[in-house]
Write a protein that binds this ligand. Structure first.
Ligand code: ARG
Length: 427
């Protein structure tokens, strides 16, 4: 019998999918549960897949790969989608796709399957990645293909003796990994509704923290990658978990985003990403010290492109390789330490230092040790202003007359209107 490899989460959709794929496609199902730091009892999840009818069930540990090949490059790039979303879900998809393909190859499977709906970004990320890595593999997306409501699925599960945890119905759709937690659906679909307390699982409500004293952390980076907390070196996933906990206690990292999905829908998602928020601000603080003005300006453009590309499922592209190479090169001097202060709902950068710092006290100071050549400023200003003063005298000043005001950018419109009135009066 042909085999399909299913990305199995243990939830209702993928549990039903195990039986549905068997019925509909007459294929054996191998369930693969991928650990990207989604802190469930994965042994229990994997065992359940067998009970439901999977011929094999595997747990694949993707944590360090996720951190080293997806999260750190995105951090180094400063990749944040639409200025808000640190891309946790989006970053995990291409890794999960790659691991599914690897298992499919090992097991000689002809298909891979995932539990995405037909409305979201994740189906695109999975399908594009799988098609790119293994164009011969068939993609099965049961939830996109069947037309079952949640109640239909529960009924299907009952009919087929599929053990599901019928917990009090969770009104939200949640996806989580080391880099963050994404929550949508339910009351959150009303963009005017404030997220209720039960949306949050990783962060305290900042307004409930009256007695919590601020705390400080020193984060050390090597080539743009965080390597130590308070001078203690640790593995990437541990560092991220620690910051998720610590910053989460302070209610840091809550994000409420109306985002533009690739498929054209605007959707409202609540994110919890304490470590991502702290690390992005610390990393960019270190870059303020170690990158030049022009590098910073250009890197912002790249950061936006990089974020779009991740969001839009184009990880396995030549463009990504190109941007990643640029980003890596920018990080060669981004080493040093940033001091952050965590307080209620707030992460503040209070100090930064680097052996590669471009900050020069001799140039910056206003005291007597000043080394800056003040006279050179005069000549600089003269040439910097030259095109402006030339154009003002030739064009801008004559058109507004002595009463005019260059601050008013509507002057030219007034002028045009006056000209028209004059012309009409003459006619
Ligand atoms: N909107 C986010 C993205 O496209 C998260 C998607 C998954 N969200 C969820 N609640 N299941 O990356």
């Amino acid at each position: 019998m042909a085999t399909a490899v299913l990305a199995y989460s243990g939830g209702l959709d993928t549990s039903v999918a195990i039986r549905w794929i068997k019925e509909k496609y007459d294929m054996d199902v191998i369930a693969v549960t991928i650990d990207v730091g989604n802190e469930k009892d994965l042994q229990e999840v994997a065992a359940r897949a067998i009970k439901i009818g999977a011929v094999k069930s595997m747990i694949v540990n993707g944590r360090e790969d996720f951190v080293n090949y997806f999260v750190w490059p995105a951090l180094q790039a400063g990749a944040i989608y639409e200025g808000q979303y640190p891309l946790a879900t989006a970053l995990a998809r291409p890794l999960i796709a790659r691991l599914l393909v690897e298992v499919a190859r090992q097991e000689g499977a002809v298909a891979v399957a995932h539990g995405c709906t037909g409305k979201g970004n994740d189906q695109v990320r999975f399908d594009v990645s799988i098609n790119t890595l293994a164009p011969d593999l068939k993609i099965i997306a049961p939830v996109r293909e069947w037309s079952m409501t949640r109640d239909n699925e529960i009924a299907y599960a009952a009919e087929h003796n599929i053990p599901i945890k019928v917990t009090a119905q969770n009104p939200y759709s949640v996806d989580q990994n080391l880099w963050g937690r994404s929550v949508e659906c339910g009351i959150l679909e009303d963009p005017w509704a404030e997220p209720p307390a039960d949306v949050f699982a990783w962060t305290s409500d900042p307004d409930s923290l009256n007695n919590l004293e601020p705390t400080y952390y020193e984060i050390t980076f090597k080539n743009g990658i965080p390597v130590a907390l308070n001078e203690q070196e640790m593995e990437g996933s541990v560092l991220i978990e620690t910051l998720n906990q610590e910053a989460g206690k302070y209610g840091i990292g809550r994000i409420d985003h109306i985002e533009n999905r690739l498929v054209g829908i605007k959707s409202r998602e609540i994110y919890e990403a304490p470590a991502a928020v702290v690390l992005h601000s610390a990393h960019s603080a270190l870059e303020t010290l170690t990158l030049s003005r022009e590098q910073t300006r250009f890197k912002e453009i790249v950061a936006n492109e990089y974020a779009r590309l991740i969001y839009n499922g184009q990880w396995y592209s030549a463009l990504h390789q190109d941007l990643a190479a640029y980003v890596q090169n920018t990080q060669r001097f981004v080493s040093g330490t940033v001091r952050v202060k965590l307080s209620r709902g707030r992460c503040q950068i209070v100090g930064r230092k680097s052996d590669n710092s471009l900050y020069s006290l001799g140039l910056a100071t206003y005291d007597s040790s000043d080394q800056f050549d003040h006279n050179a400023a005069l000549g600089f200003i003269k040439l910097w202003a030259l095109p402006l003063t030339t154009q003002a005298q030739a064009q801008l000043l004559p058109s507004i007359g002595i009463e005019g005001n260059l601050l008013n950018t509507n002057n030219h419109k007034v002028q045009i209107a006056e000209n028209r009135e004059e012309a009409e009066a003459e006619a």
